[in-house]
Design a binder for this molecule. Structure first.
Ligand code: SF4
Length: 375
């Protein structure tokens, strides 16, 4: 099975923490869509005839595109790949772009899952991070999506925001839970070099949450979401009734995917490729039938390290039989000898041949993963 990711890099405003590739809306949209469809055609063989299981339109802000523009992308992909085996078709939206009419139109195109970056239900926190929407718009947007008949909804929240307290985080969590959506992603705020957030901290203009604050927020998040029936199935992801993100689960299970658009990346089982992070150059290259990516062949040791890093973030963890099947003996031996101390300290659990992190282990997952990696 395979997936397609499409990166739509346009945003109206830059959120202060964002280090994704994004640019303003600048009239390039139609040429960009043509390039995405052409890239899909040029690289069709990279999916090696695997049935297409998921499509994910992310960004940037895909909801800045009109339903007609999204329809053009869908039509283009449909002319290249069969969508018969498609089980999940996600689009990311911004709350203030969502109207009843908009969401009903894109549902007609076959989209059956919506992922929305809400980040917080406290308006002053949203203003601090330069989001365009407010909390009421976010709540209405979820209503519109449900009214349109799409119940597979995911929302994103961020904890550790400047000025956020444990109480205000609990408030955002309670509002998110009240929306009764099947999937919630919660990310801890990170200060990436090059972002406005990073420079504000460097200049002493905002205070970063303390380590203890992050830990308390993480603990209440896990407890609250679990109380309301959400399974913590990946470090940052929670789902009710097994409504996992199929597209992201494919990444974590090492399945192949094709990433289209500026800054998108792809994986064909052996190598990764990275598209140029420049929309104008991307369009120019693809229009002249040139690929806009660089390929990187992964050595076995790089594949092993990726496998450990990705799998240990999920509830499915690392299975010894699979590890043996996928990698040479020395990797298996390295894992088995290194993992013991984490079991003894109750940072990891062993169930049959399956190893996974405990909740305490998730909190120090970076350290554990680094230790289990090879070389
Ligand atoms: S909307 Fe998303 S992609 Fe655009 S600036 Fe904000 S976080 Fe980044």
């Amino acid at each position: 099975m395979a997936g397609i990711y499409i990166h739509i890099p346009f945003c109206r405003k830059k959120c202060i923490y964002c280090d994704f590739y994004s640019i303003g809306t600048n009239g390039l949209e139609d040429a960009y869509i043509d390039a995405v469809i052409k890239e899909c055609s040029l690289r069709r063989n990279e999916l090696r005839n695997s049935p297409l299981k998921t499509i994910y339109i992310g960004g940037g802000t895909p909801s800045l595109l009109s339903p007609e523009q999204i329809g053009k992308i869908v039509k283009g992909i449909r002319s290249i790949f069969s969508l018969k085996s498609l089980i999940e078709f996600t689009i990311e939206v911004n709350p203030d772009d969502v109207t009843q009419e908009y969401i009903s139109s894109i549902k007609e195109l076959g989209i059956n899952r919506v992922s929305m970056g809400i980040q917080s239900f406290v308006d002053s926190e949203l203003t601090t991070i330069n989001r365009r929407h407010n909390s009421l718009q976010a709540i209405s947007a979820v209503d519109y999506i449900k009214n349109a008949g799409i119940d597979n909804i995911s929302i994103d929240l961020i904890y550790g925001l400047p000025g956020q307290s444990l109480d205000s985080w609990l408030y955002s969590l309670s509002k998110a839970i009240a929306l009764d959506v099947p999937h919630i992603s919660c990310y801890s705020l990170s200060y990436e070099e090059g972002t406005r957030l990073y420079s504000l901290r460097e200049r002493g203009l905002i205070n970063e949450c303390s380590e203890d604050d992050y830990i308390s927020m993480y603990e209440v998040m896990v407890k609250e979401l679990r109380n309301y029936g959400y399974e913590h199935y990946e470090v940052s992801n929670f789902a009710k009734n097994k409504k996992y993100s199929v597209h992201n689960s494919n990444y974590w299970n090492g399945e192949i995917y094709l990433g289209l658009g500026a800054a998108a990346h792809s994986y064909d089982g052996k190598s990764r490729s990275y598209n140029i992070a420049n929309a104008k150059q991307y369009i120019d290259r693809i229009s002249s039938s040139e690929l806009a990516c660089e390929y990187e062949n992964l050595s076995e040791y790089e594949r092993y390290n990726e496998y450990i890093m990705i799998r240990l973030r999920t509830t499915w963890g690392v299975d010894l039989n699979e590890l043996q099947r996928l990698f040479e003996d020395r990797f298996h031996r390295h894992f088995v000898t290194s993992v013991d101390k984490f079991i003894k300290n109750e940072l990891m659990l062993l169930n049959g041949t399956n190893y996974r992190l405990t909740e305490r282990g998730i909190m120090v997952s970076d350290m554990i993963i680094r230790d289990l990696m090879f070389g």
